[in-house]
Ligand binder design. Structure first.
Ligand code: A3P
Length: 330
């Protein structure tokens, strides 16, 4: 088995074929029935497309335009809850119950009345202050229909070749997945839709089809990277905010890769022992941590020409019906 972590218990959900771990079924109804509010801002992505970056940009724009908010020191997932972390946590082999504990401890400190036995991360999302900024990797079809009726939805996508590299690193780094195969093996898993939250193309297509709906905002990672100002101005319009130019310039710097990496790694600082429980220290030393590289096109340095070719063919097959403004259409 190339995944020694929470692949234990992975299932394909009928009839749509989403690839998730079986504890998802303990929460599926709760997720589907979650009551999104008109004031909510919800960031939806396939993993590794720039979720954390977008969370930080949006939270900062909404809550911290002057970069002086006392809670800015909390990890981004404590400020913008990851609503389905409960099922992921239930998927862990027994020794790895820690991930998320830190976030929960931080949050339950602010909300002492949470019920520890009943979907704690879902409660974090529920009780977040308004406007709630919520993160999910679930595809729209598994999320509550109230989301698309009510809330503001931001969907971020990234070049699948870079997603493959980033997701592969993530899967090696974190013991919850503990991937031991090669890059090439990982590309095969991606193409065969045997990764958590796959199929990738179905995930993206569901969002692309909704991109012209007025409460949906679609972002390409590469656009944010190439011209963050334009993207932040578009976000500002979408979110009806009114930041001035110097606030926006400061936020661009504050959320740039190097600055954010330094800050967030410090925010998440835990004992070496605890880190070793969550992540593979050797991988981290060799290839970096969660904030790995933060660039566009790193696949050219990391994947073989055969794997790039495979991914291109796969992209071509899956973008046939998409309009030419879909960035990765071949
Ligand atoms: P790499 O592995 O290519 O470095 P997600 O948050 O969806 O899991 O995505 C993680 C990817 O976004 C990682 O990509 C990570 O380094 C990158 N990332 C995180 N913060 C970023 C930032 N401020 N600017 C650019 N990329 C960022």
């Amino acid at each position: 088995e190339q995944f020694r972590g929470n692949r234990v218990g992975t299932i394909r959900l009928d009839p749509d074929g989403w690839f998730l771990t079986s504890p998802f079924t303990n929460f599926a109804n709760k997720y589907f029935e979650f009551k999104f509010k008109p004031t909510d801002i919800v960031i939806v992505t396939y993993p590794k497309c720039g979720t954390t970056w977008t969370q930080e940009i949006v939270w900062t724009m909404v809550y911290n335009p002057n970069l002086d908010h006392p809670r800015a020191v909390l990890p981004v997932n404590a400020r913008c809850p990851f609503m389905e972390l409960d099922f992921l946590r239930q998927s862990l082999p027994k020794p790895f119950l820690k991930p998320g504990k830190f976030l929960y401890d931080t949050f339950s400190h602010m909300h002492p009345n949470l019920n520890p036995d009943d979907g704690i991360f879902l409660q974090m999302a529920e009780h977040a202050e308004d406007p709630r900024i919520i993160k999910s990797h679930l595809p729209f079809s598994l999320l509550s229909p109230s989301l698309l009726q009510n809330s503001k939805v931001i969907y971020v996508v990234r070049d699948p070749k870079d997603v493959a590299v980033s997701y592969c690193h993530h899967s090696r780094l974190f013991k919850v997945q503990d991937f031991t195969g090669t890059n090439s093996d990982f590309v095969d898993h991606f193409i065969n839709d045997t990764l958590m939250y796959s199929p990738f193309w179905k995930h993206v297509q569901e969002a692309w089809d909704l991109r012209n709906q007025s409460n949906v905002h679609f972002i390409f990672y590469e656009d944010m990277k190439a011209d963050p100002k334009t993207e932040i101005l578009l976000l500002q319009k979408f979110l009806n905010l009114n930041l001035n130019e110097s606030q926006i310039d400061n936020i661009i710097h504050y959320t740039s890769f190097d600055v954010m990496k330094k800050r967030e790694e410090k925010n998440l600082m835990r004992s070496e022992e605890e880190m070793a429980e969550i992540s593979n220290v050797e991988v981290e030393k060799k290839d970096g941590g969660f904030f790995r590289k933060g660039i566009s096109g790193d696949y050219k340095n990391k994947l073989s020409s055969e794997d790039i070719e495979k991914l291109s063919k796969w992209t071509k097959e899956n973008t046939q019906e998409m309009e030419s403004d879909f960035k990765y259409k071949i």
